[in-house]
Design a binder for this molecule. Sequence first.
Ligand SMILES: NC(=O)c1ccc[n+]([C@@H]2O[C@H](COP(=O)([O-])OP(=O)(O)OC[C@H]3O[C@@H](n4cnc5c(N)ncnc54)[C@H](O)[C@@H]3O)[C@@H](O)[C@H]2O)c1
Ligand SMILES: C[C@H]1O[C@H](OP(=O)(O)OP(=O)(O)OC[C@H]2O[C@@H](n3ccc(=O)[nH]c3=O)[C@H](O)[C@@H]2O)[C@H](O)[C@@H](O)C1=O
Length: 362
Amino acid sequence: MTDVFDQCILVTGGAGFIGSCFLENWVMKFPNIQFTCIDKLNYVSDHSTKYISNLLKLPNFNFVQKDLAIEFKYLHSLLVEDYEINRITGIINFAAESSVDRSFTSPLDFTQNNIISSHNLFECARLLLEKYPEVRNKFKFLHVSTDEVYGEQALREHVAECSNLKPTNPYAATKAAIDMIAQSYIYSFHLPITIIRSNNVYGPNQYKEKLIPMVLDKLQRYENQLEAKEPITEKITIHGNGTNKRTYIHVQDLIAAIEILWMKMDDDLESGSRKVLTQTYNIGTTDEIDNLSLVEYICDIYFAQRLPSLDVDYNSLITFVKDRNYNDSRYALNFDKMTELGWKPSIKLTDGIKQLVTDLKS
Ligand SMILES: NC(=O)c1ccc[n+]([C@@H]2O[C@H](COP(=O)([O-])OP(=O)(O)OC[C@H]3O[C@@H](n4cnc5c(N)ncnc54)[C@H](O)[C@@H]3O)[C@@H](O)[C@H]2O)c1
Ligand SMILES: C[C@H]1O[C@H](OP(=O)(O)OP(=O)(O)OC[C@H]2O[C@@H](n3ccc(=O)[nH]c3=O)[C@H](O)[C@@H]2O)[C@H](O)[C@@H](O)C1=O
């Protein structure tokens, strides 16, 4: 069955925000690639599975609901024992519990889920290459990490791929631990893993616990309650005083970067070189903004586009709440290594926000 495809790849966490957007793009764009998506379907994917359910009709997509952290046996049979049947020679690993806030309340769950699920994948890849050494010339693994592994940066400071890892919250610590385990598999077993570390990603279908979708969700509720002449029940929550900064990248720009890397990984395999395989890439932008200014900007756009005749003081819609246990002040990536490959971000944050507001259902 797989003979009709040039390549079979496993995409983990494909029912989440970034993974589902990635699959929506790639499954249709690359009909010559067979995609298997594994996702355990957590609270986030309840929200975004509807966006990948259309793909199930396509011949080059199939979905498996499994928890990578507890299904080593399944993974081993999919990737190693049944290699001759499935012929999976590429892995893109998006799967993780991704919420910093939730990691403060259940840190051990994050360790058990994030670290073990990725380690299981690395280990199955190692066993595959041990059993079938000839697969080495076509096997590649892209692991999705985060800027949070470096911890926060001081004003005007930037971190490059070789900078120290100094995570400050339990989520970031699990992501840093995974990067370390990946590094050990690169050195010890010559596993061809490429790691990407990106800034805060935003775009359509993101779950409403993250800052941008949270604000849009609250504004929509406000509009509905206004229409129904009901009192406002939920306000926009800002942690601390709102001065923490984040740097944003649109999900489509991240996917474009992944495509460049994936193709260059193929070039490496063809030429036997290691220019991109085994390397780490920061994927960032310079679109930095503090949380309060971002919230105000989203409110400005929302009211200008959807409620132009209404004169609202946004302060009445915002509430300042207790800050996180620790809230990184800012993340600033040096992403020269990625731009040297010909990539650059194309969607400005202001345009991305305007588009999200335009695309909201009325
Ligand atoms: N969203 C961001 O701003 C951002 C920035 C940088 C890096 N990242 C990383 O990108 C990846 C994707 O992020 P996202 O925002 O799409 O996250 P998300 O929370 O929206 O989706 C993650 C998906 O992974 C799945 N998953 C989690 N653990 C799993 C397991 N053990 N087995 C199977 N499936 C599992 C979940 O069910 C969910 O569908 C994550 O690894 C995250 O650390 C995210
Ligand atoms: C790179 C990582 O990005 C995301 O993590 P982060 O914690 O930076 O994203 P959030 O959207 O959860 O928070 C951003 C910023 O906003 C504050 N905030 C959030 C929610 C809310 O209701 N009010 C707020 O004020 C929060 O304190 C932060 O300062 C991503 O989730 C992660 O996976 C990454 O890797």
